[in-house]
Design a protein around this ligand. Sequence first.
Ligand SMILES: Cc1cc2nc3c(=O)[nH]c(=O)nc-3n(C[C@H](O)[C@H](O)[C@H](O)COP(=O)(O)OP(=O)(O)OC[C@H]3O[C@@H](n4cnc5c(N)ncnc54)[C@H](O)[C@@H]3O)c2cc1C
Length: 461
Amino acid sequence: MLYSRLRPLLPRLMPLRMTSTEACTTMKVKQLNLLEETLAFEDPKAFRVKRFGELLRALGVFHLCSFPVLVNNCGKLMMISRTILGRRGFSMLLRPTVYAQFVAGENESEISQSMEKMNLLGLRPMLAVPIEEDLGESTGEKRYDDNMEAMLECVRMSHSNAWSKDPMMQLKITALLSPDLCVKLTTIITQQPYDLDLVVKAMDGEPVDFPGLDEREAAHFLCGLHRLNKIAEASVNKVRVLVDAEYTYMNPALSLVTMAMMKKFNKDGVWIWNTYQCYLKESRSLLLGALQISKEEGFCLGVKLVRGAYMDKERKLAEKESQLDPIHNCWEDTNVSYNGSLDVMLKAISQKPERYRIIVATHNEESVRKAAKRMEELGIDKDGGSVCFGQLLGMCDHVSLTLAKEGYAVYKSVPYGSVDDTLPYLVRRAQENRTVLQGIRKERDLLRKEFYRRMSLRGGK
Ligand SMILES: Cc1cc2nc3c(=O)[nH]c(=O)nc-3n(C[C@H](O)[C@H](O)[C@H](O)COP(=O)(O)OP(=O)(O)OC[C@H]3O[C@@H](n4cnc5c(N)ncnc54)[C@H](O)[C@@H]3O)c2cc1C
């Protein structure tokens, strides 16, 4: 009936509809072209906000990072310098240079200064307590409790200071649960999948039997889960907690615990997030598995999408143990993997933005442009909260600043702590600069351009 009444109108409406669709398509193409231009990341103006000293420091640090001998041996070199110069002397050498480039400060007032500056530039801090532990480095329960206190302090700082809209922080599970236990759990999980509800029950303080663990291990697991539970309770509805991914020999255990936290705390919002490392051959199936579990179990899923930071060690280990290399064969394959997973998540977000969130944690310009383009195509709001971008403090500011200027939500991962506490992180940062391929080279070139521009201005005076 309605159709028959509309019928005479149709021939007149059709061309109108066609032209409006064509106009829409042309506009969209224009917008996408504009996006390509604005996100070219070629403009050294991004660095005009830096003081001259900061410019010089960044140039110096990136120059040092370009010497493979220095980078490959920086852990040893730092230890030797520390022995020769003593703790104070070493700190005086590192603080104004490498430390200042990659670390926000040691105490709340120092961190505050960095954060306020970041805020002015439109960037949001994502605090990280850089506690790094690996196999055989497991410490006692007291040390893990101290780490928990440090994380609770991180929740408080992230929440109580008005540094950022929608605050986020990073969390390393191995700072609260022994890496050795995570490895044991990983072995058990590969043989028989663990029930998420069992882990949730243990977090809630109910008595449970953990299959495959002896009494001492079970007691430590329980303590670790209580610590994680305490942090999650303190942060829910205040600070989003992004759990870091680490090595393949412990990641399944980390994911199990993170999924249990998601099940408990992500019923109505994305408060706990997991990290997916796209350099792993199995990363796509892990991500699809997580999407499936989140649907079945009815919780929201937060994803930190990264390429992965432990390539060299993973490869060496696989070779030593005559195992298949878990990492993609080349950088290009990792890129394909990253961009594909990004697309999977953006599609899911465009359908249910209230259930899924992603932080596109990369310095890779192509991935960033791809994300922005797909957001535009899928109609995802730049600052709607479900998609944001992340880079590390002191790295690829030209990417972060341009994105923030264009209205995207951009977080900088901000480690803090004393020189001694952040040393392992700094060593990894230097080594990673070697693998962050194009980003650093481009940043160095842009920094140089800005440096020469300022020198010529001084010369012209
Ligand atoms: C906010 C934030 C949080 C992070 N959290 C984590 C975390 O929880 N866990 C973690 O592991 N990492 C984490 N990272 C680091 C991240 O995984 C990368 O190491 C780093 O960002 C460099 O990758 P890219 O995409 O930025 O740069 P790109 O230069 O595009 O890529 C470099 C990366 O590509 C991969 N790659 C390089 N060469 C090859 C090769 N020959 N074959 C295969 N792959 C190769 C490596 O992963 C390398 O790090 C985080 C990064 C950010 C920005």
